[in-house]
Design a protein around this ligand. Structure first.
Ligand SMILES: CC(C)(COP(=O)(O)OP(=O)(O)OC[C@H]1O[C@@H](n2cnc3c(N)ncnc32)[C@H](O)[C@@H]1OP(=O)(O)O)[C@@H](O)C(=O)NCCC(=O)NCCS
Length: 230
């Protein structure tokens, strides 16, 4: 039987307290939540908002709703032969610029929304992005580069024919110039043989939702993110 929760050491290091992820799934149902100890310093979980009994269980255990997450997908890419002179594969020397973009870009993620974790949010997002350079996150990263200035990046996880956008961000100075569209189009073109294209973003993140819907992605599931501080 699957454990009810697992330690998330990566997150714990960044927020300065032990963190646990609740393993919501077929083997961890609402009744299993009754066994959750009150003593956990910080715990979090993702619940399909259509699963009202699990949402009830989280609320009863003292979790707070943080935000909604939209899972979007499409079955093919319309960018089979797309190319751009500005988009290239990330190199190790891009690490610092990618860090800066990610550090400053995000505001809708669960760490910014949770006032008790906001102090660590920029660092968490930047660390997540640059984990790519140490081989700890993602299978590929493309950057938009103009004369050595990186204006945006896209981090991908591509496995078994499934293309997922793990993170994307554009430097505030370069927004609304079509850079995100170019990054997604180049990435999809590179992996055009995939049979599923997916991405997750916050329901409150209108710029990202608009971007993905305009690129042919449909919302297929909505989850809720819940946090509990002990
Ligand atoms: C979302 C984001 C990547 C878009 O980057 P961008 O380069 O400015 O986007 P583009 O110029 O390519 O825009 C493409 C389309 O996205 C939509 N869009 C982008 N920004 C938007 C905004 N602020 N409001 C509404 N729609 C927006 C529009 O439909 C736009 O097409 P249009 O300009 O023809 O109307 C950027 O706003 C960003 O870095 N946000 C912070 C990081 C983030 O939240 N990433 C997504 C979650 S991982």
């Amino acid at each position: 039987m699957k454990a009810l929760y697992n330690e998330d050491r990566w997150l714990a290091e960044r927020i300065g307290k032990t963190a646990y992820r609740i393993n919501v799934g077929s083997e961890v149902d609402a009744s299993a939540m009754a066994d959750l100890p009150d003593s956990l310093p910080f715990s979090y979980g993702k619940v399909a908002l259509s699963d009202s009994s699990m949402v009830n269980a989280f609320v009863l255990c003292g979790f707070k709703f943080i935000n909604g997450q939209a899972f979007l997908a499409k079955d093919f890419s319309e960018f089979e032969d797309f190319s751009s002179g500005a988009v290239r594969e990330a190199r190790s020397e891009d690490r610092e610029q990618v860090w800066d973009i990610a550090f400053n870009a995000y505001s809708f993620d669960r760490f910014h929304v949770d006032e008790k974790l906001r102090f660590a949010a920029d660092d968490i997002n930047a660390s997540w992005a640059v984990n790519y350079f140490t081989g700890n996150r993602g299978t590929d990263m493309l950057v938009w580069d103009k004369d050595g200035v990186v204006g945006g990046f896209i981090l991908l996880i591509v496995t078994d024919g499934v293309f997922s956008i793990d993170l994307i961000a554009v430097d505030n100075r370069f927004k609304r110039q079509g850079i995100a569209r170019e990054l997604v189009a180049c990435a999809e073109s590179k992996y055009a043989d995939c049979t599923r294209f997916t991405v997750v973003t916050q329901l409150e993140n209108s710029p990202a939702l608009q971007l993905y819907c305009k690129l042919g992605y449909d919302i297929v599931e909505i989850d809720g993110i819940f946090h509990r501080h002990g």
